[in-house]
Design a protein around this ligand. Structure first.
Ligand code: CAA
Length: 285
């Protein structure tokens, strides 16, 4: 039966999770915003509040709408609160064992007809779904950074998914004002399969020392017409995420050109992950 999706939960309140909470709450949904401890839930509340306050400051959102949006969100560290959620969107770190732990815990908490979605950008949705009690109700719901701004949502359909669930999530994305594309489970889905080789080649080019970072970024921005240069975009996405998607794509193709560049691996080892750590290709401190 086609699910009715009103009450939503988002698990993991990092950059993506907090942005996804904002999207749902602004669209009028009641949202549980969950992270692993009261401190992390509070940090997530800070991200959402700052973003809404910025919109108020720019005159894009009224004080009343800001307050109403925040009023629809329950920040919590308790997964047990999600018993009445119609949809749960998982946005925890990109490690299969963490995803499995979250989905296994959810199996005992949410209703059997609840839809479970993952915002994963690199891991196999089929593997995530297969580890749950109701794989037919598991889909990918992949937002793009910054989630409140970018319209694309990839809805990932596995071979186990109920087509009515996939359709309901696509319709939900449309109701959020997003542009959904439905795609089967494959390395990089669609958008990252296009984007990540470009970012990876930009890093490899920078690594040769033949072009400065700003000239390289200007070539991508001014020359190719993208909103940001590739190194600036890597810093926004997170170098760890870029590396993870590179690795998944390399695993799938074994093409040497898909392997993650050495400089990317070194920056990740050095925890220079981009904006979120204050340093990546550029300095944000
Ligand atoms: N949260 C909420 N709103 C934000 C925001 C954020 N983090 N960052 C920017 N915005 C808003 C601004 O408030 C501004 O809103 P208004 O127009 O209403 O005033 C608008 O976005 C534009 O921002 P700015 O004027 O500050 O700057 P800009 O014009 O340079 O735009 C940008 C910033 C939206 C990030 C733009 O540069 C852009 O679209 N860059 C490309 C981002 C991209 O490609 N993302 C996809 C990455 S891949 C991915 O995420 C998937 C994956 O799995 C790896």
């Amino acid at each position: 039966m086609a699910p009715h999706i009103n009450k939503v939960a988002v698990i993991g309140l990092g950059t993506m999770g907090a942005g996804i909470v904002e999207v749902f709450a602004k669209a009028g949904h009641e949202v549980y915003a969950v992270d692993g401890s009261p401190e992390l839930a509070e940090r997530g509340k800070g991200f959402v509040t700052t973003s809404l306050d910025r919109a108020v400051g720019k005159g894009k959102l009224s004080e009343d709408d800001r307050n109403a949006t925040l009023g629809r969100i329950t920040f919590t560290a308790e997964l047990a609160d999600l018993a009445d959620a119609d949809l749960v969107v998982e946005a925890v770190p990109e490690r299969m064992e963490i995803k499995h732990a979250v989905f296994t815990a959810l199996d005992d908490i949410v209703r059997p007809d609840a839809v479970l979605a993952s915002n994963t950008s690199s891991l196999s949705l089929t593997e995530i779904a297969a580890g749950t009690a109701h794989p037919e109700r598991v889909v990918g719901m992949h937002f793009f950074n910054p989630a409140p701004v970018l319209a694309l949502v990839e809805v990932i359909r596995t071979v186990l998914a109920d087509p009515e669930v996939v359709d309901a999530v696509r319709d939900l994305a449309l109701n959020l004002g997003k542009k959904p594309v439905v795609v089967g489970d494959r390395a990089g889905f669609v958008a990252n399969a296009l984007l990540i080789p470009y970012l990876s080649r930009a890093i490899a080019l920078y690594q040769t020392g033949k072009v400065s970072r700003t000239d390289l970024d200007n070539a991508g921005r001014v020359g190719i017409g993208l909103p940001m240069g590739p190194l600036t975009l890597c810093d926004l996405v997170g170098l760890d995420v870029v590396k993870e998607v590179c690795e998944v794509m390399y695993d799938a193709t074994k093409r040497p050109s898909d392997a993650s560049p050495q400089l990317l691996r070194q920056l990740v080892l050095a925890r220079r992950l981009g904006r979120k750590t204050g340093q990546g290709f550029y300095d944000y401190s």
